[in-house]
Design a protein around this ligand. Structure first.
Ligand code: ADP
Length: 403
C-alpha cells in the first residue's frame, strides 16, 4: 500500500510518500510560498538507497497546482518513484483541530469535511488550509481513500478535571472553551515507540512525553491514554517556545492594554510571535540560544534557564497527576538533539528518581535510546518522533479495518 501524507498550510504543502509493505519512504518534500511570485518546491526521491534532490523555483499559483507539480515529480520518467498517480492508494491528512468530535483518525467524507469546517473557529489559522489540502487531494486522487488524522485526537481521553478551565460553565457548553492540546500525533507515536523500546505493553506504563520543537508541549500518559497536556484551547499555553510565551498571568493582556495601550492584535502578536526564547534573548532557534549562552550572553543563559525550569515544573506536576512514573521521554528537534537542555530539565530531580547519565546523554545515536543510569527508578529516554509515519500507519490501519 502506498500512502501519501500531506500537511497543508496556508501557503505550503509538506508531503511524504510511504511504501507501507516495504516500510520505506519513497519521496518527501516541501512546497512553500504558494500563491506568491517566488514559490519553491524542494523534493527528495529515495531510489535504490540513494537520495535524489530536486529544487524547483517556479511560481505555484495555488495548492492545486502545487499538488499537481508534486505528482509530476513523483511520476517523472527516470527519477519518479511511482508510474502513475493512481499508484497512490490513500492520502493521510494532518488536520490540526478535531474538536471534541474526533477522538480517532477517520475516513473523510462530506460530513467529516463539514465537521472540520465547524472547528475552524477553534483553529482559524490551521483548519481552513488543512481543508484546502483535503479538497485538492480528493480532486487529484479520486481513486484514493482520504483519511484525516487530528493533532487533538490523542488528548481526547483527558478527564474533565484536567480539560476544564475554571470559567463560567456555559463558555464550555456553548462555545467549547476547554483544553484541547496539540502535537497529539507526536505524543501518541512517541508513547508507542517508547513502550516498544522498553519491551513492555503500553497499557502497563506511566509516561511523560516532552515534545520540544519550535512549538513545545508535554503530555502525561497513563496506560497509553493521555490524561493531561500543557497546550490548551490554543497552542499558546504551557511551555516556553521559540516565539510563544507559554503560561503567563491571564491578567497580562489587561495590563498591556491599560499601561501600554496595546490592542488585541498587538497582544496576540506579542504573545505568539515576539515572546518565548525570542522575547527573552532575541533568538528563537535553540541552536543559537545555546551558542550565545556558551559565548557568555547572559540573556541567552537566562532564557535557557526559564525554558528548562518550566519543563521541570511540569514534570513535577505530571508526576503528581500520574502518581508514579516509568519513563520520561524527550522528542522533536530540541528534545532529540540538545543534551544540554535535557540535562537542565532533569537537574535536581534525583530525589524523584529522575536522573541522567552524562555519557549516555551525550552519545550520538539516531534511534530511541536510554539516557538515565543503569537501574534508575525512572527510565529517561530520547525517542525520535515521526508524525508523518504515524499518520501513514493510522491511515493504513483504518483501511485495513483496525489492524
Ligand atoms: P518544528 O516544530 O518546526 O517541527 P523541530 O522539531 O524541527 O521544529 O525543532 C526545531 C528546533 O530544534 C529549533 O529550535 C532548533 O534550533 C532545534 N534544534 C535542531 N537541531 C538542534 C541541535 N543539534 N541542538 C539544539 N537544538 C537543535
Amino acid at each position: 500500500m502506498r500512502i501519501l501524507v500531506i500537511n497543508t498550510g496556508s501557503s505550503s504543502i509538506k508531503y511524504q510518500l510511504f511504501d507501507m509493505e516495504r516500510a520505506v519512504i519513497l519521496a518527501s518534500g516541501l512546497a512553500e510560498r504558494i500563491g506568491e511570485e517566488q514559490s519553491s518546491l524542494r523534493h527528495k526521491a529515495f531510489i535504490d538507497g540513494q537520495e535524489r534532490l530536486g529544487q524547483y523555483d517556479r511560481a505555484i499559483a495555488d495548492h492545486h497546482q502545487g499538488l499537481d507539480l508534486i505528482v509530476e515529480l513523483l511520476t517523472a520518467p527516470g527519477v519518479g518513484v511511482i508510474t502513475h498517480k493512481s499508484d497512490i492508494d490513500a492520502v493521510g491528512h494532518r488536520v490540526v483541530h478535531g474538536g471534541e468530535r474526533f477522538k480517532a483518525p477517520c475516513l473523510i467524507d462530506e460530513a467529516v469535511i463539514a465537521a472540520i469546517e465547524e472547528n475552524a473557529a477553534l483553529a482559524p489559522l490551521h483548519n481552513p488550509p488543512n481543508l484546502v489540502g483535503v479538497r485538492v487531494a480528493r480532486q487529484i486522487f479520486p481513486q484514493a481513500a482520504q483519511v484525516a488524522v487530528f493533532d487533538t485526537a490523542f488528548h481526547q481521553t483527558i478527564p474533565a478535571e484536567a480539560f476544564l478551565y475554571a470559567l463560567p460553565y456555559e463558555l464550555y457548553q456553548k462555545h467549547r472553551v476547554r483544553r484541547y492540546g496539540f502535537h497529539g500525533t507526536s505524543h501518541w507515536y512517541v508513547t508507542e515507540q517508547t513502550a516498544l523500546f522498553l519491551g513492555r505493553p503500553v497499557e502497563e506504563l506511566d509516561i511523560i512525553t516532552v515534545h520540544l520543537g519550535n512549538g513545545a508541549s508535554m503530555a502525561a500518559v497513563r496506560g497509553g491514554r493521555c490524561i493531561d497536556t500543557t497546550m490548551g484551547l490554543t497552542p499558546l499555553e504551557g511551555l516556553v517556545m521559540g516565539t510563544r510565551s507559554g503560561d503567563v498571568d491571564p491578567a497580562l493582556p489587561f495590563f498591556l492594554a491599560d499601561q501600554l495601550g496595546l490592542g488585541l492584535k498587538d497582544i496576540d502578536r506579542l504573545l505568539n510571535k515576539e515572546s518565548g526564547l525570542k522575547g527573552l534573548c532575541g533568538h528563537n532557534d535553540m541552536r543559537q540560544v545555546i551558542e550565545a549562552s556558551h559565548n557568555g550572553d547572559e540573556k541567552a543563559a537566562t532564557a535557557l534557564a526559564v525554558y528548562a525550569y518550566r519543563i521541570k515544573k511540569y514534570i513535577g506536576a505530571y508526576l503528581a497527576a500520574l502518581g508514579r512514573l516509568d519513563a520520561l521521554v524527550f522528542t522533536a528537534g530540541i528534545g532529540e538533539n540538545a543534551p544540554q537542555v535535557r540535562e537542565l530539565c532533569c537537574r535536581g530531580l534525583e530525589g524523584l528518581g529522575i536522573a541522567i547519565d552524562p555519557a549516555r546523554n551525550l552519545a550520538p545515536n539516531h534511534g530511541p535510546r536510554l539516557i538515565s543510569p543503569e537501574g534508575a527508578l525512572v527510565q529517561v529516554l530520547v525517542t525520535p518522533t515521526n508524525e508523518e509515519l504515524k499518520i501513514a500507519q493510522e491511515t493504513r490501519k483504518l483501511l485495513n479495518g483496525g489492524r
